[in-house]
Design a protein around this ligand. Structure first.
Ligand SMILES: NC(=O)c1ccc[n+]([C@@H]2O[C@H](COP(=O)([O-])OP(=O)(O)OC[C@H]3O[C@@H](n4cnc5c(N)ncnc54)[C@H](O)[C@@H]3O)[C@@H](O)[C@H]2O)c1
Length: 254
């Protein structure tokens, strides 16, 4: 993977859920484009490995263990970012409960589990925005990318419910933060090959899903990086409040 032509030198980025899968690809993409990257994840070992992978390429990264559903933990993550890199410009809200999620229905899932799930998969992104926007404003603005999913538009129970809410959060926050020159957009990936998706989506179902795509192959994390970097870059300086599908043509919205 190259830097895809983007230049983020002088920019500090936090990528949550960057200990593997798509978040790792976003963190690597940003670092290769010159950003100083905080590789944040609840899995300390995983984020340390990704940070080491970036550092071994003579690029800049710092691993930070975080639980995005815990306000103190999120505040700590932002504090470390400011201490180590001097500020925050960019935030990628990618972390979510996905690979290990309990498969159940909205009408039967244990209520405490559902609340804990939404604390991470919906409110986690909001907590990270609340903890970073003032730091972004103090540097003249910033950009945020939230990780949605095509599941927001399809039946997928509480996973889709949280992703639809992430879309709405994106639009609401774009309005609240626009006057501070902070842009908020979202990416809705289609079925993308990661350890987590291999764990949670049965192979037969994945095969039929892939056959239904206009571009009939499973996406790779690298397929999503260009959109993420574009939305974080100044080339997207008049784009906010939008959800961009990167999905092989899975869901074509009017
Ligand atoms: N893989 C796909 O097909 C696909 C498709 C659409 C959207 N997505 C979304 O993309 C993102 C990444 O998915 P992935 O396939 O790479 O899965 P993944 O499980 O590898 O990534 C999620 C990361 O979030 C971390 N995480 C979980 N809870 C956390 C918490 N409380 N605090 C901090 N970190 C936490 C996990 O440790 C993990 O590293 C998720 O938001 C997922 O919903 C994935």
């Amino acid at each position: 993977m190259t830097n895809l032509g983007w230049d983020f030198s002088g920019k500090v980025a936090i990528v949550t859920g960057a200990g593997g899968g798509i978040g790792r690809a976003y963190a690597l993409g940003l670092a290769r484009a010159g950003a100083q990257v905080v590789v944040a994840d609840i899995d300390q070992r995983a984020c340390e490995l990704v940070a080491q992978e970036i550092l071994s390429q003579d690029l800049e990264a710092k691993a930070v263990e975080v639980d995005i559903s815990n306000p103190d933990s999120v505040t700590r993550m932002v504090g470390i970012t400011q201490e180590v890199f001097g500020g925050v410009d960019l935030l990628v809200n990618n972390a979510a409960i996905f690979g290990d999620m309990k498969l159940d229905f909205l009408i039967t899932v244990d209520l405490d589990y559902l609340k804990g799930f939404l604390d991470v998969n919906l409110l986690g992104a909001l907590l990270c925005v609340r903890a970073t926007y003032k730091a972004m404003e103090s540097r003249g603005g910033g950009a945020i990318v939230n990780q949605s999913s095509t599941a927001a538009y399809l039946y997928s129970g509480y996973y889709g419910l949280a992703k639809a809410a992430i879309n709405s959060l994106t639009q609401q926050l774009a309005n609240e933060l626009g006057s501070m020159n902070i842009r908020v957009n979202a990416i809705a990936p289609g079925p993308t090959l990661t350890e987590a998706s291999a764990k949670v989506v049965p192979p037969d179902y994945m095969q039929s899903l892939v056959h239904s795509l206009a571009l009939p192959r499973q996406g790779l994390p690298e397929d999503l990086v260009g959109m993420c970097l574009f939305l974080l870059s100044d080339q997207a300086s008049w784009i906010t409040g939008h959800i961009f599908n990167v999905d092989g043509g899975q869901v074509m919205r009017p």
